[in-house]
Design a protein around this ligand. Structure first.
Ligand code: 5GP
Length: 139
């Protein structure tokens, strides 16, 4: 069964579409965290960023990059939090990769992206070196 976002792409359910090109589309979040909260998605359905082919990832980033200042200007935001919930354990509810552009305002009571994590790990230098080496080896 296709995701709710694929149904938006297909025009089967309504959405406030604010931008569209050949491979990506942006629309307002139905339950906004702030005025102008916008989602940017690839039109094709991929569950996670990890599944998105390189060319589509480039298109997706291009649209995010284009839309951030457009959204900020439209709602007169001071800043934006731009983020993906990448996987169910990270809070992703719709299994169709999407970037949140959340306008932020001075004194809006929100937090930084650091607030998403639970207990912070207490890692020593050796552990940090090992983790960095593992990541670098696969990058
Ligand atoms: P997630 O938790 O998966 O990162 O975020 C999914 C987002 O999609 C939520 O912010 C939610 O409000 C939004 N959303 C869910 N269903 C719909 C819908 O049918 N239309 C629109 N425009 N947004 C939706």
């Amino acid at each position: 069964m296709s995701t709710i976002f694929s149904q938006i792409v297909a025009g089967e359910i309504p959405a406030r579409i604010v931008y569209e090109d050949e491979t990506t589309i942006a629309f307002l979040d139905a339950n906004p965290l702030a005025p102008g909260h916008t989602l940017v998605i690839p039109k094709d359905e991929y569950e996670r960023l990890n599944d998105v082919p390189d060319d589509v990832a480039a298109d997706l980033y291009e649209t995010v990059h284009h839309m951030v200042p457009v959204v900020e200007d439209a709602v007169d935001a001071d800043a934006t939090t731009v983020a993906f919930n990448n996987g169910e354990e990270a809070g992703q509810e719709v299994p169709h990769v999407h970037c949140h552009i959340v306008p932020r305002f001075e004194g809006d009571g929100g937090g930084p992206i650091h607030a998403v994590a639970g207990d912070r790990p207490d890692l020593d230098d050796d552990e940090l070196d090992d983790i960095a080496a593992d990541i670098e080896a696969s990058a």
